[in-house]
Design a binder for this molecule. Structure first.
Ligand SMILES: C[S@@+](CC[C@H](N)C(=O)[O-])C[C@H]1O[C@@H](n2cnc3c(N)ncnc32)[C@H](O)[C@@H]1O
Length: 387
C-alpha cells in the first residue's frame, strides 16, 4: 500500500508553500527561460513555470510520480512545453543549459532531503553562468526548546515497556533527530542563524558552527530545535519557522538532550553542531551555563550540564553488516546477489524480457517458486539498471 499520492496532496494543499513558489516563480521566470524542475513530483513547480511563461521545462523525477505528472501536464495543456526524464537528477544529461532550477528538496532543517547535493550538481552541469536556483539562499535556525512530550520519546525506553528492560534502545533514541511541529510556546529563547548558505554552492562537504543561545524565560530545556528560512527569489521567502505568519505546513526537527535541564532567564546555551548533508548525519554538543546574578563582574559561571549527541550513534547497524563492510572482508555473492547478476548478464541487448524471466526461474528455482515471483524480481532490476 502506498501513501505517495496522499503525500503530494499535502504538498499541494499547503497554501503558504504553493503561493510562495508561485510568487517567486512569477518574479524570476521570463518568457524565453528554459527551466529544470528537479524532483517534479506532480509537476506543480513546472506548471507554475509554464504559467509564468517559461519556454521549456525539463521535469525530472526518479519515481513513478512522473507518469502522473505527464498526465497532469496534458490535462492543463502544457504538454508541448515540457520534456520528462525519469531518473535521479545526478544521472541525467540535458540537451541544453537552463536559466532556472526549481526544487523543494529542503526537508525539515534545510539539508536532509538532498537540496545541497542536487543543486550543487545542477549548478555545475545544467545551469547557465547567469542562471538562478529557486531557492537561492537558505538560513538554518537553531533554538533552545522546552517540549516534554518530545523528550519522552527518549525516556520511553527507561520505562520497561511491555514489562521488559529495553534500556539498550535509550542511547539510540537520544541520538535521533525527531521531526515535529513546534509552537512559539516551545521556544525558551530567540532562535539564532546556525548557517546562511547558497545551497547550490555547497560542495557536499561538512558544515560546522558554534552559537550562543540566550534563555529568555524560566523553563526546562529538553533539546535544540531546527528549522529553515528559504529565500526563493529576491522578494519571496518560505519557512517552517514557528514564528512566521505564513508558515508552511512542514515539521521542524527536535534534537534531544540526554536529560532535561531546569533553566532560568539569562542562562546561556552554547551549541556546536556538525552536519554531513549527504549522509544526513548531525552531531550536536550542548553546554548550559548560569552566570551568578549577584556577581558584579559577571564572570562567575556555573555549568548546569554538558551533552554530546550524534545521529551516527543513533544508527541501527547490525554486527553482520559491520563485519561485511570491513575493508579486510572478502565479499562473495549470496543467492540473491547471484540472481541479480543473472538478470544483469542476460540484459545483453538480444534477449526479450519474457525470455530473461524464464531463464532466471530456471537458474534459481530455490529463490522463485513461480514465474510470477521471478518476473517481479526481474522487473525490479531492469527498471533500475536497464534501458
Ligand atoms: C518533496 S517532493 C516535491 C514534489 C514537487 N516538486 C512539489 O513541489 O510538490 C520530491 C520529489 O522529488 C523526487 N526526487 C527527489 N530527489 C530527486 C533527484 N535527485 N532526482 C530526481 N527526483 C528526485 C521524489 O521522487 C519526489 O517525487
Amino acid at each position: 500500500m502506498s501513501l505517495e499520492i496522499d503525500e503530494h496532496r499535502e504538498y499541494l494543499s499547503d497554501q503558504a508553500r504553493v503561493s510562495a513558489f508561485r510568487s517567486a516563480i512569477e518574479e524570476v521566470i521570463k518568457p524565453d527561460h528554459v527551466v529544470l524542475d528537479l524532483g517534479c513530483g506532480t509537476g506543480i513547480l513546472g506548471l507554475l513555470a509554464c504559467q509564468a511563461g517559461a519556454k521549456r521545462v525539463y521535469a525530472i523525477d526518479q519515481g513513478g510520480m512522473i507518469e502522473l505528472a505527464r498526465a497532469i501536464f496534458v490535462e492543463n495543456g502544457f504538454q508541448d512545453r515540457v520534456r520528462f526524464i525519469k531518473d535521479v537528477s545526478s544521472r541525467v544529461e540535458l540537451p541544453e543549459p537552463v536559466d532556472v532550477v526549481l526544487a523543494d528538496q529542503i526537508g525539515h532543517f534545510g539539508f536532509e532531503a538532498g537540496l545541497f547535493e542536487y543543486f550543487g550538481d545542477a549548478r555545475r552541469r545544467f545551469l547557465k553562468p547567469d542562471g538562478v536556483t529557486i531557492p537561492r539562499h537558505l538560513e538554518l535556525y537553531i533554538c533552545p526548546i522546552e517540549f516534554e512530550g518530545m523528550w519522552k520519546h527518549v525516556d520511553f525506553w527507561t520505562s520497561a515497556p511491555a514489562g521488559f528492560d529495553f534500556l539498550p534502545a535509550r542511547s539510540l533514541a537520544a541520538n535521533t533527530g525527531y521531526p515535529v511541529k513546534f509552537n512559539p510556546e516551545h521556544l525558551l529563547g530567540a532562535p539564532e542563524v546556525a548557517w546562511s548558505v547558497d545551497p547550490s554552492s555547497c560542495d557536499g562537504g561538512s558544515l560546522s558552527m558554534r552559537a550562543q543561545l540566550n534563555v529568555t524565560r524560566p523553563g526546562t530545556l529538553h533539546g535544540i530545535g531546527g528549522w529553515f528560512v528559504a529565500q526563493l527569489s529576491p522578494h519571496v521567502t518560505m519557512s517552517n519557522s514557528p514564528l512566521v505568519a505564513q508558515r508552511i505546513n512542514r515539521r521542524n526537527v527536535f534534537f534531544p538532550l540526554d536529560r532535561p535541564i531546569s533553566v532560568q532567564k539569562d542562562d546561556l546555551v552554547f551549541v556546536s553542531m556538525y552536519v554531513l548533508p549527504t549522509q544526513v548525519i548531525v552531531s550536536w554538543n550542548v553546554e548550559v551555563w548560569r552566570t551568578d546574578p549577584h556577581d558584579p563582574t559577571h564572570t562567575k559561571k556555573t555549568k548546569l550540564g554538558q551533552f554530546s549527541h550524534s545521529t551516527l550513534n543513533g544508527m541501527l547497524i547490525s554486527r553482520e553488516d559491520l563485519q561485511r563492510t570491513k575493508p579486510t572482508s572478502i565479499p562473495t555473492l549470496n543467492p540473491w546477489g547471484q540472481a541479480r547478476l543473472t538478470v544483469l548478464t542476460l540484459c545483453d541487448g538480444q534477449r526479450r524480457l519474457a525470455d530473461i524471466e524464464q531463464e532466471v526461474l530456471r537458474r534459481h528455482p530455490k529463490l522463485f517458486p513461480s514465474l510470477t515471483e521471478a518476473a517481479t524480481f526481474v522487473a525490479e532490476v531492469v527498471t533500475r539498471y536497464a534501458r
